[in-house]
Design a binder for this molecule. Structure first.
Ligand SMILES: *Cc1c(COP(=O)(O)O)cnc(C)c1O
Length: 417
């Protein structure tokens, strides 16, 4: 362990409220409460909403929060100022960028009288199924299938994506970090290959933003989306983010639009005119309490270098894997062994993984389970250290050795796993 990082992350640990005695290895699903968020939400309620009422939109700057918070997230994902907005959910943002990207491809085909149409949205079987659902819903609305416009969602195995990129593809839609195993796609190379074939790219950064350095600008990604409540700690259901490469900003036309993305929202024109900037990706009124929580949660990143986060994350995941493999031979590593090929999570397979995870949670070691047999652990240096990792493995070893998981109460499935 790099001793310099002990000092860096000792300071950030106190910025969070993690219950005493809990080892929290699920910050990749829901980040814990930053103390600053509690204070900020209280401030917005007690000093702004209660006293300023509607004046808060101007006087407290509520109306500018999507851009202001977006600019803070931009710094964490290598995007220029003005190219990222905090808004809506990841799913809704995906709908917007996918529809915009398909529209851009259709426009380009018209411009060059290209009748060889691009009809494929290319993704992979490792993608978060939700993202495939969003694409299926949009393509259905656009009239997919033999009698419609003929759009097709094509999913290939993750390792086959590069070879599946060709001139029939309109959009490459991928999640950079696999939600189950943490396997990383090479965003730079796949984007380059996509562009060489005239394909636009959408990157879902849900398990990337705040987990390790991301450089959207260097990769040349066309669009990106990501989550506010995972590694960014914005709170349950926090606003997500959306990135549009600056040179696409006045060309992209999402299928879901609203007054916040209008050129002049308060002119109340009957005709929709998109804002000339990324702002056109806004739809409705921003949720200010949730936005305030996310904004304050981003304070913890001030002065933090994501390369330090990455270095410590690799130290923690390497330690975890070594300890688990030495002490829990029943478990099979599901994540890539090469730390540079995975994000900030580690997963293991076990047939009764659900029960093992419930037992772990009952013993204050919190991770999560992903069907069919994956137990998943997220590593977040901001509030987790090597002592936590060792303690988690101590508990895991006991649960497996004494078969503590083999009880009916650990096998009852809740709605959320
Ligand atoms: C968590 C996650 C989402 C979440 O989308 P919501 O709209 O917030 O439910 C989307 N995509 C991926 C890849 C995720 O991991």
């Amino acid at each position: 362990m790099n001793p310099r990082l002990d000092t860096v992350f000792k300071a950030t640990r106190h910025l969070f409220e993690v219950p005493e005695g809990v080892v929290y290895l699920d910050g990749n699903s829901l980040g814990p409460l930053p103390k600053a968020s509690r204070e900020r939400v209280r401030h917005v309620i007690d000093d702004q909403w209660s006293r300023q009422l509607i004046k808060g939109w101007n006087d407290a700057g509520w109306i500018d929060l999507p851009q202001k918070v977006g600019d803070r997230i931009a710094k964490l994902v290598g995007a220029p100022a003005g190219s990222v907005l905090a808004t809506d959910s990841t799913s809704v943002n995906l709908f917007k960028v996918l529809s915009a990207a398909l529209g851009m491809q259709a426009e380009r085909a018209v411009e060059v009288s290209d009748t060889a149409t691009r009809r494929v949205v290319l993704s992979d079987t490792g993608n978060f199924p939700n993202d495939l659902y969003v694409a299926q819903g949009l393509l259905r609305a656009l009239g997919d299938g033999p009698h419609g416009t003929g759009y097709e969602l094509r999913t290939v195995e993750p390792q086959d994506v590069a070879d599946a990129i060709d001139e029939t593809v309109a959009v490459l839609m991928l999640t950079q970090t696999d939600y189950r195993t943490g396997r990383l796609h090479d965003m730079t190379n796949l984007t380059r290959r996509a562009h060489a074939a005239g394909v636009l790219t959408i990157w879902d950064l849900a398990h990337s933003a705040g987990a390790f350095p991301v450089d959207l600008e260097a990769a040349g990604a066309d669009f990106a989306i990501g989550c506010g409540y995972k590694y960014l700690n914005g709170g349950p259901g926090a606003p997500a983010f959306i990135y549009v490469r600056p040179d696409h900003a006045d060309e992209a036309r999402p299928a879901l639009v609203g007054w916040m993305g209008h050129e002049a929202p308060f002119a109340f024109d009957l005709e929709y005119r998109p804002a000339p900037t990324t702002d056109r990706m806004l739809v409705g009124t921003p949720p200010i309490l949730a936005m305030a929580s996310l904004d304050a949660a981003l304070d913890v990143w001030d002065g933090i270098d994501l390369t330090d986060v990455r270095e410590r994350s690799i130290e923690l995941t390497e330690l975890f894997i070594a300890e688990v493999e030495a002490r829990c031979p029943e478990l099979e590593l599901a994540s890539p062994r090469d730390p540079h090929a995975r994000g900030s999570q580690v997963s293991f397979r076990f047939p009764d993984g659900y029960a093992v995870m419930q037992a772990l949670i009952a013993h204050d070691v919190i991770g999560d389970f992903r069907a069919p047999d994956i137990i998943r652990f997220g590593f977040t240096p901001l509030y987790l250290g090597p002592d936590d990792v060792v303690r988690a493995v101590d508990v895991l070893e006991t649960i497996l050795r004494d078969r503590l998981w083999d009880r009916p109460e650990y096998k009852r499935r809740s709605k959320v796993t």
